[in-house]
Design a protein. Structure first.
Length: 173
């Protein structure tokens, strides 16, 4: 089972890192499936709209809800997230060298969201890279049975991890 995660320290840094890593791999001809977050700042609210790009070619889907300026708490639109999950699952079966999931978040910790797609990819022998925050680290560790590797939040470290997988797969073929 080849599953790894990365945690970048700044707000939105994991999103930028995974998006850039996915673009780099796709430019090399690697078949990448999954979703990366591409946020945009909402006009005057101080909050960002959460947009996710389905890999490799889109679409981009807004997964946040506008709950008004006084709203607190989670703005995730669970229906939009499930739409993204369905698109990623369908593309996974067309073949992939890597599944990238922008975040193992609250929904995944609760058994929903990308959780079944991650399990599906692993059962197909497709490596998985997940963005994570420390709030969901314990749930992710339980989900991955403690077998996930932590990769430092740098494109070079992600590249070395992926190249190591390709070397392992080539040696076993």
């Amino acid at each position: 089972m080849d599953i790894a995660y990365t945690i970048a320290p700044g707000k939105g840094d994991t999103d930028l890192l995974l998006h850039g890593f996915a673009r780099s791999l796709m430019a090399q001809g690697i078949r990448v499936c999954g979703a990366v977050q591409v946020n945009s700042e909402s006009c005057g609210t101080g909050l960002c709209d959460m947009d996710v790009k389905v890999l490799p070619t889109g679409p981009e889907i807004r997964i946040s809800q506008n709950l008004g300026p006084a709203a607190r708490g989670c703005r995730l639109d669970p229906d939009a997230l499930e739409q993204v999950v369905g698109l990623v699952s369908a593309r996974l079966h067309k073949g992939a060298n890597l599944l990238i999931v922008n975040k193992f978040g609250k929904h995944e910790a609760g058994g929903r969201g990308f959780r079944p797609v991650i399990a599906e990819a692993l059962s197909l022998g497709i490596p998985v890279l997940v963005g994570l925050n420390t709030l969901n680290l314990e749930a992710f560790s339980n989900f991955s049975s403690g077998l996930a590797r932590c990769v430092p939040p740098h494109s070079s470290a992600l590249g070395a991890w992926f190249e190591g997988l390709e070397t392992e797969l080539g040696a076993s073929a």
